[in-house]
Design a protein around this ligand. Structure first.
Ligand code: G3P
Ligand code: MG
Length: 246
C-alpha cells in the first residue's frame, strides 16, 4: 500500500511555516503563509522531555529561542514560557514556541495543507514517529491527512506501523542508490531531497515509478521555475514572497 495525500500537491510549500518572513516553525509563520495565498506549509516536529510534540528544528533551544538546553530534556512547562520570536526580529518578541497540536489546529482553521517533518532528537527516532503519527490521526480526524516526512527511517517505519493510512515522504539530502527500494519497502509516496543533489537519473526513475519529487530549499524564482520545468513536483522555500503565483 502506498497512501497518497487526499489533496493535490501544490507547487510551493512554505518552509518551516512561513519561510523567512516570520520566525521559523511558529504560528505567525502559518498566518503569513496563508495571508500570502499559499496553500501548503512544511514544519519540523520534535518531542519535549515530557514526550509532547512541539514545532522546532534544532535539538537545542539556543538558536531559535531565548532559552538553552536540549528540547528532549526540557519539560512542557518550560517550553510554554519560551520566546521563539525575538531571535528573528523584536517585532516578533513573545512569539510562543508552538505545540504540534496548536499548529495542527491552526492549519485546519486556515485551510493549509501540511508536510509534517518528524525531526527526532538522536535516540528518540521510533518514539517520535509513533507519537506524531498517532497525534496526526487524532487531530486531522475527518480532514485530509498531512504528508509526513523524515530523514529518519526508524521514525518513518514507526509512523507507518501505528498509522497505516498516512502518506509518507522519504527525506534525504542526497538520495542513495537504493532510494526506490527503500521507499517501496516503506510504502512511501514521495521522495524529498536537497535541490542541489537532484540529478536527471533520479528524476527519470521517479517519474517512471510515479513518485513525486519535492526539493528543498529553493529561494529564487528562476531556480524554482527550472526545477518545476524539469519535473519536480514541488519546492520548499524560505522566500515565499518571491514565489507568489508559481
Ligand atoms: O522537509 C524539507 C526540509 O525542511 C528538510 O530540511 O533541515 O530544513 O528540516 P530542514
Ligand atoms: Mg524541515
Amino acid at each position: 500500500m502506498r497512501p497518497a495525500p487526499q489533496w493535490p500537491l501544490p507547487r510551493v510549500f512554505a518552509h518551516r511555516c512561513g519561510g523567512a518572513l516570520a520566525p521559523e516553525n511558529t504560528l505567525s509563520g502559518l498566518r503569513i503563509a496563508a495571508a500570502l495565498g499559499f496553500r501548503a506549509v512544511e514544519f519540523d516536529v520534535m518531542l519535549s522531555g515530557d514526550g509532547t510534540p512541539w514545532l522546532i528544528h534544532d535539538e537545542t533551544l539556543e538558536r531559535t529561542t531565548n532559552a538553552a538546553g536540549r528540547v528532549c530534556d526540557t519539560a512542557d512547562a518550560a517550553l510554554q514560557r519560551v520566546d521563539a520570536g525575538s531571535f528573528q526580529h523584536r517585532a516578533f518578541a513573545g512569539e510562543p514556541l508552538p505545540t504540534f497540536d496548536a499548529a495542527a489546529r491552526l492549519c485546519l482553521e486556515l485551510g493549509l495543507m501540511a508536510n509534517v517533518e518528524i525531526k527526532p532528537a538522536a535516540g528518540f527516532e521510533a518514539v517520535t514517529g509513533e507519537v506524531v503519527a498517532r497525534r496526526i490521526l487524532e487531530l486531522w480526524q475527518g480532514a485530509p491527512l498531512p504528508l509526513v516526512s523524515s530523514f529518519s527511517e526508524a521514525a518513518l517505519e514507526a509512523a507507518r506501523r501505528v498509522a497505516p493510512p498516512l502518506p509518507l515522504g522519504y527525506l534525504w539530502v542526497s538520495p542513495p542508490a537504493d532510494w526506490q527500494r527503500r521507499l517501496d519497502a516503506l510504502g512511501g509516496y514521495s521522495l524529498h531531497c536537497a535541490a542541489g543533489k537532484l540529478d536527471d537519473s533520479i528524476l527519470g526513475a521517479a517519474r517512471a515509478g510515479g513518485v513525486p519529487v519535492l526539493c528543498y530549499t529553493v529561494n529564487e524564482r528562476t531556480a524554482a521555475q527550472s526545477l518545476l520545468a524539469r519535473g519536480v513536483a514541488a519546492v520548499f522555500s524560505d522566500r515565499i514572497d518571491t514565489l507568489i503565483g508559481l
